[in-house]
Design a protein around this ligand. Structure first.
Ligand code: NAP
Ligand code: COA
Length: 266
């Protein structure tokens, strides 16, 4: 067995920056055909440019995962241009640190709509175009899905829902040979998510110390896991949530709440 994605079709929703672009880049490097989508046309264009230095010219469209019809149209266009999907990564998300009392109804709804409802929209509209049997679907989750973190009520609610979508669809779609899993990244360097949750050098260093492996993770750590999960080596893995966090979720993650308390002077 080998890990080979030559000429495979890989779609990454929210794949225009950060962790998700890191995943797209790794698959493109290995010879896959890439398609990405996110809200900003500028970010889509930049990602296409980055990914097209490899074997195939990447494609991409701008759209908001909160708008079902828009996402459905994007999947139709991907299908016309690239055929059925071998690997689907769904990672669009929004986050900001705030205490529950500092979040309006619309603020809570915005994050749940992007992370959770958006994940459902992506799954639901991609389904007709997933290779059956054989597709690997990966939702990008977070430790907030199973660790209650203060100042993250919206994200905890949304990401725990994402992991349930993963598990239920692994059950419903398993019969057709589609595997569905979540990757739960720990703190990952040079990402928008970490900039928001650990905005100072001091918090970043302290976060690193709170990880059992004593380092912040990299985008490549997550991309490697996505490749493994989409390879034949993982052909009997479905319905799982895989933490890729240096052991952070075993205890260190709650440390971030105490740092955020200082930020909010609570
Ligand atoms: P990021 O660079 O901001 O990635 C988010 C991506 O989603 C961007 O491409 C963004 O592009 C897109 N997006 C946001 N809202 C969208 C919407 N409504 N519709 C369509 N696309 C949308 O952040 P990141 O930190 O790398 O996070 C990537 C993923 O990893 C997220 O699922 C996050 O929850 C997860 N995660 C991150 C960390 C971390 O340490 N950074 C830890 C755990 C989990 P546009 O702005 O163009 O829409
Ligand atoms: N604290 C409290 N509430 C906040 C907030 C903060 N730091 N940032 C935004 N909100 C609230 C807004 O006030 C608004 O509520 P209101 O209408 O009652 O005032 C609500 O969230 C929606 O904000 P808006 O900017 O209109 O939403 P959007 O749909 O354009 O953006 C976000 C969604 C807020 C999640 C935005 O941060 C985003 O686009 N994030 C994507 C990138 C990202 O978060 N990357 C990290 C992924 S882990």
């Amino acid at each position: 067995m080998e890990i080979n994605f030559e000429d495979k079709t890989v779609v990454v929703i929210g794949g225009t920056s950060g962790i998700n672009l890191g995943i797209a880049d790794k698959f493109a490097q290995s010879g896959a055909r890439l398609a990405v989508a996110s809200r900003s046309q500028k970010k889509v264009d930049e990602a296409i440019n980055t990914l097209s230095k490899y074997k195939h010219h990447a494609i991409g469209y701008a759209g908001d995962v909160r708008e079902y019809k828009v996402i459905e149209e994007i999947f139709k266009k991907f299908n016309q241009q690239l055929g059925d999907i071998d690997i689907l990564i769904s990672g669009a998300a929004g986050n900001f640190p705030a205490p529950a009392l500092g979040i309006s109804s619309n603020g809570f709804k915005a994050v749940v709509d992007i992370d959770l409802v958006g994940t459902f929209h992506v799954m639901r509209s991609a389904y007709p175009f997933l290779k059956k049997p054989g597709a690997s679907v990966i939702n990008i989750s977070a430790p907030q899905a199973y660790i209650p973190l203060e100042f993250q009520v919206h994200v905890c609610a949304a990401k725990s829902g994402v992991d349930m979508v993963t598990k239920v669809l692994a059950m419903e779609w398993g019969v057709e040979g589609i595997r569905v899993n979540s990757i739960s990244p720990g703190p990952i360097s040079e990402t928008e998510g970490m900039k928001r949750l650990a905005p100072t050098e001091e918090i970043l260093n302290a976060t690193s110390e709170s990880v059992p492996l004593k380092r912040i993770g990299t985008k490549v750590d997550i991309a490697n896991t996505a490749m493994f999960l989409s390879s034949d080596y993982a052909s009997y893995i479905s319905g799982t949530v895989i933490p890729v966090d240096g052991g952070w979720s075993l205890g260190g993650a709650s440390y971030l709440s105490s740092e955020m308390k200082k930020l909010f002077k609570i």
